[in-house]
Design a protein around this ligand. Structure first.
Ligand code: T6T
Length: 325
């Protein structure tokens, strides 16, 4: 009997030690967004809040510019650390980031995709299946939303122009596809573009200014992400056409909201980057705990903001607020 009690005591001491060991061994997750912009800064807030709430360590490194040459070395360095079990990332190119992410996966790191995707984004049945999931917007639907909003703003007739980032970025390319697909149902609207600005604000401004110059009858502009919309809005305002040439912005930054107050931007699609970041950490923890029913795709939805609801806290809360910015 005494021997038996001793064994039990020893066993529970061991498990205690083991769990203490495990508890000490906090889950480490890497976070590599696309670049430095208000959208990813809000996503980072979601990642950090979840890490705090759920007791995990996050190693974050942000590419200074948008591009494979900026994101790949960061990914490789995170893999080389050897202590990360998961990496949350927005792949900056749907084809060229397949190999670097495959190498990370082959090194035993699980990939949680946020905002953009690799391959065709169908991680259940598509050509690329190794990422755990895609957590992000339905960007094709978002593009169609933007088109309907712009069509309404211009009275369903006239010329509109698309300014976007790159054809190699899954998210923005689907927005263009959705926008064009919807506009095809509006026979009195002619679509110009897209021009691609490589995520460069000045380039977006110059490209839009050139189109305004050549098309005195331009009625509207669609900016397919933060810098595309800001550049397009700047060009319209610089040309003294604010409120005359309607601008629809994908991404609801403080700049877009300010331009809306001034009457230059008629609608902004607010994605939910905080949700994307928070849920991505939760997915990693659930997977580590053995959950096997995580969806391969989770859409985080939008808030459609225009001058009728910009002051409504239920909508204004989706404007990308970055503390200190
Ligand atoms: O629009 C977002 C993001 O969804 C897209 O993938 C890249 O551009 C942004 O980060 C905004 O700049």
């Amino acid at each position: 009997m005494r021997k038996h009690v001793l064994i039990l005591a020893a066993a529970s001491l061991l498990t205690l030690a083991a769990t203490a060991g495990d508890a000490a061994e906090k889950l480490k997750i890497g976070f590599i967004p696309g670049t430095v912009d208000p959208f990813y800064q809000v996503m980072q807030l979601g990642v950090e809040q979840a890490a705090k709430d759920l007791g995990v360590d996050v190693v974050t490194q942000i590419p200074a510019t948008w591009g494979v040459e900026a994101q790949t070395p960061i990914l490789d360095a995170m893999v080389a650390r050897g202590d990360l079990k998961y990496i949350i990332t927005a792949a900056v190119d749907s084809q060229q980031m397949i190999a670097p992410l495959q190498a990370a996966y082959d090194a035993g790191i699980k990939i949680v995709g946020v905002d953009t995707f690799i391959g065709n984004g169908d991680y259940a049945n598509g050509p690329v299946k190794f990422p755990m999931t895609y957590i992000g917007s339905d960007n094709e639907a978002g593009g169609a939303f933007a088109a309907r909003g712009l069509a309404k703003a211009i009275g369903d007739k006239g010329k509109v122009y698309i300014n976007s980032v790159s054809p190699n970025i899954a998210s923005v390319e689907l927005r263009v596809k959705g926008f064009k697909g919807e506009m095809a149902k509006h026979p009195n609207i002619k679509v110009l573009g897209p021009d691609y600005n490589d995520n460069d604000l000045n380039k977006a401004t110059q490209q839009t200014a050139a189109v305004i110059e050549k098309n005195a009858d331009l009625a509207g502009v669609f900016g397919a992400n933060v810098f595309s919309a800001q550049g397009a809005g700047n060009a319209v305002v610089n040309a003294g056409l604010g409120g005359h040439v309607q601008v629809v912005a994908y991404d609801a930054t403080k700049d877009a909201a300010e331009m809306m107050r001034q009457g230059a931007v008629s609608m902004a699609l607010a994605q939910k980057p905080f949700d994307m970041g928070y849920l991505a950490v939760e997915f990693a923890i659930a997977d580590k705990a053995g959950v096997t029913s995580l969806p391969k795709r989770l859409e985080t939805g939008f808030a459609i903001i225009d001058k009728t609801n910009l002051a409504d806290p239920n909508f204004a809360r989706f404007v990308y607020q970055v503390p200190g910015k």
